[in-house]
Ligand binder design. Structure first.
Ligand code: BF8
Ligand code: SF4
Length: 638
């Protein structure tokens, strides 16, 4: 196999440039006595070895028990494999609960939509389409009556006493059979999380196989349950994403404007802030304070949500959240839930920045708490924008430094949008819901070798963004199309890889496809709950090609992951039949048995036809993915 390296012929922003900008910002931080994650990593290193290997148990107060050669069992007699597997399942349950609760909030928002209200139905066609899938009558129904009925039905998916997740019907027949046979079809979402906690209580499961099976099931209840509800009903509420141009990296902050940074996950908050920032009354107020206007930009998954629906610029990803405050030009950082550093409280106190928390789920010291909910969304969003605008006069000009780094990006490739793009280049396959057939033909003929779904976070264990960017560059150079979400997507955006110009970095085949379809080689599919879009895309590709999902030359990759949510995602991606490559170890190396179940040939692979590869060397990780894709091609005879 001949693996090519990337030809540098367009101006990407390099990780060295990101780091130079960060270092300059940290100098400002030092002047005002700010703490930083870079410093805290040093304080926490080396990490606890027991924790890293997953061999510490503290689920009952006879412990904590730590496994060593001298002490091979906990006080209750649990061995290392049981302890590692229990920890792994608890990690998964945390992630599944978190994503799914986000989805639940979206369903509640949908339940409270009304004509002329704070929240309305923006994509009635999609609502009707999902209703059709769920066997709910739409004929002659008022769209808001249907929205409420669908929201209530979706909320029942969280706690229904019988049956499995409704969205499983989207999976190909073969996948559903595998799930059934393996006993991992997800039932009610809350039940899978709850059962995971029950199984890992003192004196319940210590059999690794049973614990790993439940990890897959809890993951599936997220990806094909809670996250899918989050994605689908966000589209109904706020519009299904279509390709839209935006900009990314810290240079999107504006020196002469009021900068409001939205950070977190639930678009119910950020959508309202975006709306009220355009209010002429607020803009006039900003001008009266000496600003040229109001600039909204995003961090983390919220950035993905508002970028793909409004073209709002993306200031950065997970490990850049402190940087936005360090610019000295952030009037307010407004957050909802998940991936928010508690450090933002004390950090914002070193500047004039208002740190505004809005959810009872994420309360933090040193923040202004403005409780946000559907009824008060309008007035509270306005109050938040006003607070930020009035704070502009408190800026300390001597502390302001905005790095001049900005790249163009095209974002918003929902499954619907991808199919529409594909329809443009062919008129043989057009039908109502579109098709992935042109993509399959490109893969079949070898013009595109395959696809990688790259997702996940930053983690100081990996030089931030390097893994994402280096992997993407090499993959596209080898004619492998990359689909991205979450903080991986923003790494791509900051570097310039979501720009259509990035096609110059591709191998010949992928470049031709990008030109013909008019897409970038790295396709932005949204936030982390939107990995459910990737599952739908894989399912549709399987149906359109006749290949099982596990046969498609497609792999998943999370090279810099850090959160419980990422482990839940890993489990549902693998359970869907997609081999998944990790660049950070999931605290399982303490057990050979658990490692073999997850990464070997006879564990999850026997049940769902896919497994994990953990490889900390990024070069090798990339080569292994390319090799797996090529193996799948050989197996298909293409
Ligand atoms: O859900 S990629 S750091 S922001 S966990 Fe968090 Fe990871 Fe970013 Fe979004 Ni996803
Ligand atoms: Fe120790 Fe067993 Fe209690 Fe865990 S459950 S802390 S291994 S006694």
């Amino acid at each position: 196999m001949d693996i090519k390296t990337c030809k540098e012929c367009m101006q990407l922003t390099s990780v060295e440039e990101f780091e130079a900008a960060t270092n300059r910002l940290l100098e400002t931080g030092a002047k005002v006595g700010a703490d930083s994650w870079q410093q805290r990593v040093k304080n926490q290193t080396p990490h606890c070895k027991f924790g890293e290997e997953g061999i510490c148990c503290r689920i009952c107060s006879m412990g904590p028990c730590r496994i060593t050669p001298k002490a091979p069992r906990g006080i209750c007699g649990c061995d290392v494999h049981g302890i590692v597997a229990r920890n792994y399942l608890r990690f998964t349950a945390g992630g599944s609960a978190t994503h799914s609760d986000h989805g639940r909030e979206i369903c509640h928002t949908l339940y409270q939509t009304r004509e002329g209200g704070n929240y309305q139905v923006k994509d009635p066609e999609k609502l009707k389409r999902i209703a059709g899938e769920w066997g709910i009558e739409t004929e002659g129904k008022d769209i808001y009556d249907l929205a409420h009925e669908m929201a209530e039905t979706a909320l029942m998916e969280y706690g229904k006493p019988f049956g499995v997740q409704r969205f499983l019907s989207r999976a190909p027949e073969h996948t559903r059979e595998l799930w059934k046979k393996a006993g991992i079809e997800p039932r009610a979402i809350d039940r899978e999380v709850s059962q995971s906690m029950h199984m890992t209580h003192m004196g319940c499961s210590s059999l690794p196989e049973a614990l790993i099976r439940q990890s897959l099931r809890a993951g599936l209840s997220d990806g094909w349950g809670g996250s899918m509800c989050g994605t689908e009903f966000s589209d109904v509420l706020f519009g299904t994403p279509k390709p839209i141009d935006t900009t990314a990296n810290l240079g999107v902050m504006e020196k002469d404007m009021v900068n409001i940074v939205v950070h977190g996950h639930d678009p119910s908050l950020s959508e309202m802030i975006v709306l009220y920032a355009q209010d002429p009354e607020m803009i006039a107020l900003a001008k009266s304070k000496g600003a040229k206007g109001i600039n909204i930009c995003g961090v983390c998954c919220t950035a993905n949500e508002v970028a793909m629906r409004h073209g709002i610029p993306m200031a950065g990803n997970f490990l850049q959240q402190e940087n936005v405050v360090l610019t000295g030009a952030c009037e307010a950082i407004v957050v909802d839930v998940q991936c928010i550093f508690p450090a933002l409280g004390p950090l914002s106190k070193c500047f004039h920045t208002k740190f505004i928390t809005t959810s009872e789920i994420a309360r933090m010291p040193d923040s202004d708490f403005i409780h946000f909910n559907v009824e008060n969304a309008g007035e509270n969003a306005k109050a938040i924008v006003k607070m930020a605008v009035e704070n502009f006069v408190n800026r300390k000009p001597e502390l302001v430094y905005i790095p001049e780094m900005k790249q163009d990006a095209t974002v918003g490739y929902s499954v619907e949008a991808i199919k529409k793009c594909l329809d443009r280049v062919t008129n043989t396959h057009v039908d109502v819901t579109g098709t992935t057939k042109p993509l399959i033909e490109c893969i079949d003929s070898g013009v595109i070798r395959g696809a990688v779904a790259m997702v996940g976070c930053n983690n100081p264990k990996v030089r931030p963004d390097t893994a994402h960017i280096e992997l993407m560059k090499k993959l596209i150079a080898n004619d492998i199309i990359v689909i991205v979400s979450g903080c991986a997507a923003q790494a791509a955006a900051k570097a310039g890889l979501l720009s259509k110009k990035a096609k110059t970095l591709c191998g010949e085949g992928l470049r031709r496809v990008c030109e013909l379809v008019d897409i970038p080689p790295v396709l932005h599919m949204g936030s982390c709950v939107d990995i459910s879009r990737m599952m739908v895309l894989a399912a549709d590709c399987s149906k359109d090609s006749g290949w099982n999902i596990s046969q498609i030359p497609l792999v998943g990759c999370a090279p810099e992951w850090m959160s419980e949510k990422a482990v839940s995602i890993g489990n549902y991606v693998v359970a869907t039949g997609i081999d998944t490559f990790l660049g950070v170890d999931p605290y399982t190396k303490g057990s050979e048995e658990v490692t073999a179940l997850l990464q070997g040939e006879h564990g999850v692979k026997d049940w769902v036809e896919a497994n994990y590869t953990v490889e900390l060397d990024i070069e090798k990780l990339c080569d292994k993915m390319i090799q797996r894709i090529e193996e799948k091609r050989v197996a298909l005879g293409i």
